[in-house]
Design a binder for this molecule. Structure first.
Ligand SMILES: Cc1ncc(COP(=O)(O)O)c(C=O)c1O
Length: 376
């Protein structure tokens, strides 16, 4: 007769034949085998699972849905957007290699390339990607990756992915694109020639500001390498985070459609406002919309502290892409570590406000912003 503690840990499990509508959360660090032969079958590629760091049904589902939406054959989930970028880069680059990256990549990516990868012997040059001659001039014999973002932040420069992919091919480089801001609803970099596409699923794929996650999708040979980095470095995404991101992905199209259409209305309205000096909102990203971020420079006479204090239900959030409209202050957050000269060079000042447009009614978003502008 088993004792109390033994009875507490051994017993009937939920049968695997239960047909839940939604994929359950496989909140387990490890999987079991009925025999040594079954375990051997795993190593021979029967598709069973071994250990969550090496693969979990929930993170595989997130990789699969993202790959499907991007039109790519394969993918792997990672612990965050930066985890995904690290896995993607290390799938290709090794000690001694060099990367040419757009100078306006996300600050965390910039820092990773400049500091962390440099410590591993991988150098990066940052170039204005509007200047193709400058990109060509920065390419060295040891360059292996051309790295950019489909929509760059905070001024929402839209990358010419066709041109960059041609340039990468001509120079035999792996073309890597961060598609976080555009999402595959608006832009599909893989179909435009990217070899690897990365996402901070923390943003639009998750969509509800409740998960940190990343995904890499792309050509099978690179994804196989990225997957090895995820496993060997420990960049895997937890089952619950994967599950939340998968739930978000289901409404990605609906949210992007609504948020982009709201953003256009808000951008048009902002461009008529006296207290707003300049509005940045992309044109011609896609016929489905131009994204859900609007950046503004407040007028010189406007008081930015008063503006941020008077936003009503719009929250100050150093991130983006939730269903709620939020604002961030690049000067004091994403671009904080830049010197005054570097900030001036990228055009970020105290008056710069990045607005992440949500799913509310556009008129209500405008009313909140109007209240803040009146106080600014
Ligand atoms: C464009 C872009 N890429 C990558 C990242 C990093 O993502 P995460 O914070 O999920 O690591 C961010 C975060 O803001 C981002 O904006």
């Amino acid at each position: 007769m088993d004792s109390f503690n033994t009875k507490a840990v051994h017993g009937e499990k939920v049968p695997g034949t239960i047909k839940s509508k939604i994929t359950p959360i496989y909140q387990t660090s490890v999987f079991t085998f009925d025999s040594l032969e079954d375990m051997e079958a795993h190593y021979n590629g029967d598709g069973s699972y071994l250990y969550t760091r090496c693969g979990n049904p929930n993170s595989d589902e997130l990789a699969a849905v993202t790959a499907r939406l991007e039109g790519a054959p394969s993918g792997v989930a990672a612990s965050s957007g930066l985890g995904a970028i690290m896995a993607a880069i290390l799938a290709v680059a090794k000690n001694g290699d060099h990367i040419v990256a757009a100078h306006d990549v996300y600050g965390g990516t910039f820092y990773m390339l400049k500091e962390e990868l440099a410590r591993m012997g991988i150098q990066a040059s940052f170039v204005d990607f509007e200047d193709q001659a400058a990109i060509q001039a920065a390419i060295r014999p040891e360059t292996v990756i051309l790295y950019t973002e489909s929509i760059a932040n905070p001024f929402l420069r839209v990358e010419d992915l066709n041109a960059m992919s041609t340039l990468a091919k001509k120079n035999n480089l792996v073309f890597m694109v961060d598609n976080t801001f555009a999402t595959p609803y608006l832009v599909k970099p893989f179909e435009l020639g990217a070899d690897l596409v990365v996402h901070s699923a923390t943003k639009y794929i998750g969509g509800h500001s409740d998960v940190s996650a990343g995904v890499v999708v792309g050509k099978e040979e690179y994804i196989a390498e990225a997957q090895k980095r995820v496993i060997n470095i420990g960049l895997n995404l937890s089952p619950f985070e994967s599950w939340l991101a998968c739930r978000g992905a289901k409404t990605l199209g609906l949210r992007m459609e609504r948020q982009s259409s709201n953003a256009k209305k808000v951008a048009d309205w902002l461009s008529t406002q006296e207290k707003v000096k300049e509005v940045f909102y992309p044109k011609a990203v896609s016929e489905k919309g131009n994204g859900a971020i609007v950046t503004i420079h407040l007028a010189d006479q406007a008081d930015e502290s008063a503006f941020f204090r008077s936003l009503g239900w719009i929250q100050i959030v150093p991130s983006l892409a939730g269903v709620e409209t939020s604002v961030s202050w690049p000067f004091g957050t994403s671009h904080r570590s830049l010197t005054a000269e570097e900030k001036a060079a990228v055009g970020v000042s105290e008056k710069t406000v990045r607005i992440s447009i949500g799913i509310e009614e556009a008129e209500d978003i405008i009313a909140q912003l109007e209240g803040a502008l009146n106080k600014a």
